[in-house]
Design a protein around this ligand. Structure first.
Ligand code: PLP
Length: 367
């Protein structure tokens, strides 16, 4: 077991920012329901609305477009449950968007971007679509999608355009892509787990997923998670301020990629030929199952994830790599390495050393 620990699984969750944890602890110690009219309630309401402004600013939307949810998953499900009619959803989406009944999958190209020509055909065939959903940045490969073009095709056919920006927030500019609906999640940007948002115009009819009290303008019932939302607000402000970190993170990622490929000339990088967010590296070590790599790296103190892991921790073939036409035997050997704002050159050294040692060991055994 290694004494040194290196966390390179930021796309799964980012560490909570110390100031977020401190502000949340302060709010957890207070009492106040944001719907109550007395002073404790009004203070809670004020905190929730301040957080709404911060999250809106990150998304480049007015504050009344923000509906807080219990996760990015819930925001995605709100879109699927709230909009009826034909829904065209990219084959590269997170499970939370592909888990809807009667969705039509927009195929992907081998480079990991969606097939815009296929989307165009789909919008022209049959009934007019009600919704087109194409994510901003992919959680497994980091590949960014042609969101502005997808929005244009959606709008031309009269459909609403949704983008899951969970992995793009804080990394890419979210404004000006023309999305009607945007999904965000707090824990990918230094906020708490279990808090998300759906950005959507207030006059858009969205039948609610969670009914009951009239919270969130009737879009999402349930007493607001004040401490969680306060944390989300601070994390959103910091994410907007961190936009300039991308170049330094990309330099570390590219250095890791270069060194891993120098050790293993047969390694395969997914997304090398497509635009990617700065922090993500999806790499296959041929003939070594992803689970073996994740376990060996963990024993060496390096935490990454299998591109093909699902939430239960079990392995299954990655639908994203499958949609990109990656052969199953290679997809099963893909791991995801994801960096963040505190990743250092020493973390990359640790990764390269551990992954390189495994590569050499497996070569010796195979020889
Ligand atoms: N969308 C993408 C692209 C994600 O990567 C994730 C989480 O991994 C989600 C949605 C779900 O967000 P949450 O963990 O808040 O449910």
């Amino acid at each position: 077991m290694s004494a040194r620990l290196t966390y390179l699984d930021w796309n799964a969750t980012a560490p909570i920012l110390p100031e977020v944890a401190a502000a949340m602890a302060d709010w957890l110690a207070r009492c106040g329901n944001a719907s109550s009219v007395h002073r404790a309630g009004r203070a809670a309401r004020q905190a929730v609305e301040a957080a709404r402004h911060e999250v809106a600013a990150l998304a480049g939307a007015p504050a009344d477009h923000v509906t807080f949810t219990g996760s990015g998953t819930e925001a995605n499900q709100m879109v699927l449950a709230g909009i009826s009619g034909r829904r065209l959803v990219s084959a590269l989406e997170h499970d939370s968007l592909r888990a809807g009944p009667e969705i039509e999958l927009i195929p992907a190209r081998r480079d990991g971007t969606i097939d815009l020509a296929a989307l165009e055909k789909m919008t022209e065939m049959g009934d007019s679509p009600a919704l087109v959903s194409v994510m901003f940045a992919n959680n497994e490969t980091g590949i960014t999608q042609p969101v502005a073009e997808a929005a244009r095709l959606a709008h031309r056919s009269g459909a609403l355009y949704h983008t899951d920006a969970v992995q793009a927030a804080g990394k890419l500019e979210l404004r000006g892509v023309g999305a009607d609906l945007v999904t965000l999640s707090a824990h990918k940007i230094g906020g708490p787990q279990g808090v998300g948002a759906l950005i959507a115009p207030p006059d858009l009819t969205l039948s609610p997923l969670v009914r009951g009290g009239g919270q969130e303008r009737g879009r999402r019932a349930g007493t607001e998670n004040v401490a969680g939302l306060v944390g989300f607000g601070i994390a959103a402000r910091r994410a907007a301020e961190r936009a300039g970190d991308a170049a330094a993170i990309a330099a570390l990622r590219d250095e890791a990629e270069r060194r891993l490929c120098a050790i293993a000339p047969d390694a395969r990088i997914f997304g090398a030929d497509a635009p990617r967010v700065a922090n993500t590296l999806c790499i296959a070590m041929p003939r070594v199952p992803a689970a073996t790599q994740v376990m060996a790296l963990d024993l060496a103190g390096v935490m990454v994830s299998a591109g093909a892991a699902c939430s239960s921790g079990k392995l299954r073939r990655s639908p994203v790599l499958e949609a990109m036409g990656v052969p199953p035997e290679l997809a099963d050997c893909a791991i995801r390495i994801s960096l963040g704002w505190s990743t250092s050159a020493a973390d990359i050294d640790h990764l390269v050393e551990a992954w390189g040692a495994l590569y050499v060991r497996t070569k010796v055994h195979a020889a």
